[in-house]
Design a protein around this ligand. Sequence first.
Ligand code: DX5
Ligand code: ZN
Length: 224
Amino acid sequence: MNWLPRPADGRSWIAPSLLSADFADLRADVDDMTAAGSDLLHLDVMDGHFVPNLTFGPFICQAIRRISAQPLDAHLMISDPARYVDSFAKAGVDAITIHAEVDGAIEDVLDRIGTLGLKRGISIKPGTPVSDILPLLDRVDLILVMSVEPGFGGQVFNPVAVDKISDLATRRQTGGHDFLISVDGGINAETGPQCRQAGADILVSGSWLFGARDRAARIDLLRG
Ligand code: DX5
Ligand code: ZN
């Protein structure tokens, strides 16, 4: 398992979302993003049920593991994460992020992820308040605040995420928790710095980073 500490004050780690990569030439895109300075890779797993789109599962994550040494966060937009966390662990990801909105015993799934030796992430959709995950703050290593409805890349940033990031940063400080705060969806030159200043440790960016002619410049700009 390979993971990141809290970034230096005023900086963020940058996580390209491979949803916007060219899957016909994935190795080239992964190598290029790594050379451009990415810190970890964000893998969007969709089941066509929790979200209305389908992407890939553990098999592709394992292939990505073979071509990258960067930390991998699997963002599971799936209805039944309990059923699949062992397979993702076997695929070699470093963190598994599940959604707070799924049915079932979320605590048990988070504990299982920890038992497998991986970092435990919880994600909340734009309509889910931070108050819904307060009992979990000591049980997670990562909180992924969604700034778009999960399901597709290239959507417009919802500013509700900024307040949630600030709220989580305050609670972490006062409560002595030590999770990382990440934000996902619509991150660009305008929204990325807003989230960083609010306290986001990881900025996930798909279409804006992959669509750049100069990816290193965009990563530098986001990182702070
Ligand atoms: C959306 C995914 C995001 C998405 C981000 O469901 O979770 O990771 O790929 O892409 P952009 O940066 O294009 O909004
Ligand atoms: Zn994502």
